[in-house]
Write a protein that binds this ligand. Structure first.
Ligand code: HEC
Length: 145
């Protein structure tokens, strides 16, 4: 039971924690590192992070985003880590996030790209505030100042 609890704890740390490596070092129980398999959602999130970082650079150098990243629609179906539920709030937040992302590609929009880009990042943060706060400091760095 203890082992199970620790595993559960580590799973949560890995997917939503800030500095999982240090957290593991601090435990005294010998747990192998390779026990962690990232969920489909965790992989998608990391892809989204990299995509956003590139997009930010593009916008800063004056480019207009041209192609909606279809792969982010997987947010509606990707499997979450164990012990995490696809709640109604999660669904609503995913939908709001995708809609904000679509507005980035609306060439008739009267809002600046910076405003629209930051709106998407703020939705990443809003959803993370519902219970996956670890990555928030990293996500905040994506905001265009
Ligand atoms: C609808 C809610 C929601 C939105 C929107 C969202 N996230 Fe997440 N994010 C999560 C959840 C839940 C997890 C944990 C996934 C898991 O462990 O299965 C997560 C995990 C992560 C992780 C950690 C992945 C790992 O390796 O464990 C990062 C980084 C991340 N998100 C970045 C982002 C970024 C950047 C955005 C916006 C572009 C974003 N998230 C939008 C809910 C969301």
């Amino acid at each position: 039971m203890m082992r199970f609890a620790i595993l559960l704890f580590l799973t949560v740390l890995y997917s939503c924690g800030e500095q999982p490596k240090e957290a593991v070092v601090e435990t005294e129980v010998p747990i192998k590192y390779d026990m962690y398999v990232p969920s489909e959602m965790a992989n998608l999130m990391n892809e989204m992070y990299n995509y956003k970082a590139e997009l930010k650079q593009g916008i800063l150098s004056g480019e207009t985003p041209s192609r909606f990243p279809e792969q982010i629609l997987k947010i509606h179906t990707a499997e979450l880590s164990d012990f995490k539920d696809r709640t109604e709030a999660f669904e609503a937040m995913s939908k709001a996030f995708i809609e904000a992302e679509q507005r980035l590609f609306d060439s008739t929009s009267t809002e600046s790209l910076k405003t629209r880009f930051n709106a998407t990042v703020n939705l990443c943060i809003s959803c993370h505030n519902m219970g996956c706060t670890g990555p928030i400091p990293r996500i905040q760095k994506l905001l265009i100042k």
